[in-house]
Design a protein around this ligand. Structure first.
Ligand SMILES: Nc1ncnc2c1ncn2[C@@H]1O[C@H](COP(=O)(O)OP(=O)(O)O)[C@@H](O)[C@H]1O
Ligand SMILES: [Mg+2]
Length: 306
């Protein structure tokens, strides 16, 4: 159909539910802007459906596996359908918290001390933690998940063994890393501009799935983040640097911990949430960019060869 925008949402990842929220919100925004839109669940024979629909472009509202890791991007490249957000390689690198960190470290962006464990590892992990000089509490997480799914803060060896064994059943690669206390700061980048930095103060133990998506969890959002002007500028600089280093496109959000006046980059998100409680829209809004205009910009920015 001429001038049709297909919104890809849902999909096969553990963030399927959140993707529907992102997709619906963006769909409504595009309708307000008078676009012809069709929402399409990225499961089953959706590629055939996509081919039949012949959209002018795809708005990628997927999160997580197959949607945020270069898979869908490579399908869209081969179909020559312009799409939003980052391209194949930058999506893959960003989704992999280890590969992206190797690049961040090389270019002097601080990340927490960590190591990667493959699920068939048979050595003594407690010894390994000690040899890496990582102290409890320790964070364990899958290398390529999102929405805080599978992220655990372990206070002692027992908790660590329990959570690690749990993760091992579901994921092939697990990160073990030092816990960085301090503030939770996230930076939104739109194209070649860092928009702003927001601070999150969860009432829960950390910024977990519930703290992210349930208004009842009462996570405090402080926009702009309550840090000095100088540090605020540094956060924006780092967010933009991470975005450029991995060759990201469109909108990204970088998640930092801020401790003893230093920023530690946890990860960069190439498909940041666009739900009611999401941070990129909130940061954009603070900069005078309404939700509809943000989505409109993303659509105008869509292309192939990303
Ligand atoms: N090393 C860490 N130190 C302190 N908090 C952490 C650490 N790693 C993760 N967290 C907490 O867990 C949340 C999710 O972790 P993150 O690495 O961003 O994974 P996800 O891709 O699931 O968002 C962070 O926003 C933070 O609150
Ligand atoms: Mg995160």
């Amino acid at each position: 159909m001429k001038n049709l925008i297909v919104i890809l949402m849902g999909g096969l990842s553990n963030e399927r539910t959140i993707s529907f929220l992102t997709g619906k919100a963006c769909s409504n925004a595009l309708k307000k802007k008078k676009f012809k839109v069709k929402e399409l669940d990225a499961t089953g024979n959706f590629v055939d459906k996509l081919k039949k629909l012949k959209p002018k472009l795809v708005f990628n509202a997927l999160h997580g596996k197959y949607g945020e890791d270069g898979f869908i991007q490579s399908i869209l490249e081969s179909l020559k359908i312009p799409y939003t957000h980052s391209g194949v390689l930058s999506s893959y690198l960003s989704m992999d918290k280890e590969l992206s960190r190797i690049i961040f470290k090389k270019k002097k962006i601080k990340v927490p001390k960590y190591f990667l464990v493959k699920k068939d590892y048979e050595g003594n992990l407690i010894k390994k933690i000690k040899s890496k000089k990582i102290k409890f509490p320790i964070v364990v997480k899958p290398v390529n998940e999102g929405s805080s799914l599978g992220v655990y803060i372990c206070k002692n060896k027992k908790q660590f063994q329990l959570k690690y064994n749990k993760l091992k059943r579901e994921y092939d690669k697990i990160l073990v890393e030092e816990y960085i206390p301090g503030k939770e700061i996230q930076v939104a980048v739109m194209g070649d501009k860092a928009l702003g930095a927001i601070e999150l103060i969860p009432k829960r133990e950390f910024y977990d799935y519930t703290a992210k998506y349930s208004s009842k969890a009462m996570t405090k959002h402080i926009m702009p983040a309550s840090i000095s002007k100088k540090k605020y500028k540094e956060a924006l600089f780092l967010g933009k640097k991470a975005h450029k280093l991995l060759g990201c496109k469109g909108v990204t959000r970088s998640d930092f911990r801020f401790f003893k006046n230093k920023f530690y980059l946890l990860e960069i998100n190439t498909q940041p949430g666009m739900t009611k409680l999401s941070l990129v829209p909130e940061i954009a809004n603070y900069c005078g960019i309404k939700f509809e205009d943000l989505v409109f910009w993303m659509v105008k920015d869509a292309s192939i060869n990303r």
